[in-house]
Design a protein around this ligand. Structure first.
Ligand SMILES: Nc1ncnc2c1ncn2[C@@H]1O[C@H](COP(=O)(O)OP(=O)(O)OP(=O)(O)O)[C@@H](O)[C@H]1O
Length: 451
């Protein structure tokens, strides 16, 4: 570590603090993540998801892991340095971003996600804090929870920050897919357009309530599987018709609203894949390189046979600044098939794998080291183990099951996100707080300064 000069702390997450540093010899500025727990052997380190997944990712929209150093049982990740995260860009703004700014960021993030999906990974904790920006470039960071699409469910440990958490995860589906990242991106895209979180639940139960009040409660037609999941944990959805997203995102174009609607579909199979999203009319003005002109990706991870066909067929890598052709509205909603394929691959291996949970070193060896944070990730995103049905109802299941929000058509409420640290404050459990406070339309959400 003596090769680096540590300059300033720039972030403090669940698992590590992140510092701006200087490579003494080259003068290069880097970000060094110092892990909070100790690592007594290299073996422990190289099994970390962050190492395993990031080592394989080489894409201009994925933050580059340059080096991993273990010294005196302390683990350091050396990353390329990025100026700030997306949440920091949003929090003090009163003027909305233009749609083209939002489009530009989202296009880049979806390219990173497409790359991940094609290599068989999904992120699982997308949120504005994990999208890092330097000038016009945005990159996906924090692969601590990334998972291989083909790894075996059930996925028992805690996943993703509440406001961006997909309904199937809230309802404890044991076999979710990369579609959880698409849900999160729908919520993030809406937030970028309005500077307000779309589903600012103050607890897991309130999160579902908020989702229902915006997109309407799921029906058999919209999401039969979801009704089964709810039934399995004895949960009843509140009855809501939802509201037109255009009323919540008045500045959004038709295409933007349509894309967010698709991304935030109840049914994960109905959410488009990243490749499909990149062909959506919302990105029509963005540049596209057809598959035949794309360079062969290096270090391509070969998916197991079960998924290979579907992944390869969908293999679309795109975009470079030059040699461009514009794609004209060739977007087709084949997402049902796409996510089904991924899901099937996952679900096929539905043997109970406790081994899978134990693989998560973060989860098991670093419980509740959560540092106080300001957004709902606090405490709530600590990957504590959900025991799941196999071990009796989890706390979430109980919370959800005990909750009955009275039916009846109510006007849609925009609600204040949890004051300061929502749910799970300082590691406290995520308690159901009842119906959230109303807030007048047009009022912006107070957000606290990021760490
Ligand atoms: N490469 C980087 N360049 C600049 N800042 C960074 C970089 N990586 C992380 N940060 C800052 O540090 C913060 C925390 O980083 P990160 O999300 O990797 O930590 P974590 O412990 O995994 O956090 P979480 O609580 O989200 O799991 C980020 O939100 C970001 O502001």
């Amino acid at each position: 570590m003596e090769r680096y000069k540590i300059i300033k702390e720039v972030g403090n997450g669940t698992f590590g603090s992140v510092w701006r540093a200087l490579h003494k010899q080259t003068g290069e500025v880097v970000a060094i993540k110092i892990m909070k727990r100790k690592y007594y052997s290299w073996e422990e380190c190289i099994n970390l998801r962050e190492v395993k997944s990031l080592r394989k990712m080489k894409h201009s929209n994925i933050v580059k892991l340059k080096e991993v150093i273990r010294e005196n049982d302390i683990l350091y990740f050396v990353f390329e340095y990025m100026e700030c995260n997306l949440y920091q860009l949003m929090k003090d703004r009163s003027k909305l971003f233009s749609e083209s700014e939002v489009r530009n960021w989202c296009f880049q993030v979806f390219q990173g996600l497409e790359y991940m999906q094609q290599r068989g990974y999904f992120h699982r904790d997308l949120k504005p804090e994990n999208l890092l920006v330097s000038k016009q470039t945005i990159k996906i960071a924090d692969f601590g929870l990334a998972r291989e699409i083909n790894s075996s469910p059930p996925y028992t440990e805690y996943v993703s920050t509440r406001w961006y958490r997909a309904p199937e995860v809230l309802l404890q589906s044991p076999a979710y897919s990369s579609a959880v990242d698409m849900w999160a991106m729908g919520a993030i895209m809406a937030e970028l357009l309005t500077l307000r979180p779309l589903f600012p639940g103050s607890s897991e139960a309130d999160e579902i309530y908020k989702i229902c009040s915006v997109i309407g409660s799921p029906t058999e037609i919209k999401w039969a599987e979801g009704l089964k999941l709810a039934n399995a944990i004895n949960y009843q959805f509140p009855k809501h018709g939802g509201v037109p997203l255009s009323s919540l995102i008045p500045c959004g174009s038709k295409d933007a609203i349509n894309l967010i609607t698709l991304l935030c579909s109840w049914d994960p199979c109905k959410r488009p894949t990243a490749s499909e999203v990149l062909r959506h009319p919302f990105f029509q003005s963005c540049y596209y390189v057809p598959p035949s002109l794309r360079p062969k990706p290096t270090a391509l991870r070969t998916p197991p046979a079960a998924n290979r066909g579907s992944l390869e067929q969908k293999s679309v890598k795109r975009y470079s600044g030059d040699n461009l052709t514009t794609l004209k509205s060739s977007y087709a909603l084949s997402s049902v098939k796409a996510h089904s394929n991924l899901n099937t691959g996952v679900q096929r291996k539905l043997e109970i794998s406790q081994q899978d949970a134990t693989k998560n070193i973060k989860t098991l060896k670093n419980p509740a080291v959560k540092q106080p944070r300001q957004r709902p990730s606090v405490g709530d995103s600590t990957p504590t183990i959900h025991t799941g049905k196999a071990h009796g109802p989890s706390a979430t299941a109980e919370k959800l099951a005990n909750m009955r929000i009275g039916p009846g058509k109510q006007p849609v409420k925009r609600t204040i996100p949890p004051p300061m640290r929502a749910g799970g404050l300082n590691g406290q459990p995520d308690l159901f707080l009842g119906r959230s406070q109303e807030v007048q339309a047009g009022r912006t959400y107070p957000k606290k300064v990021a760490g």
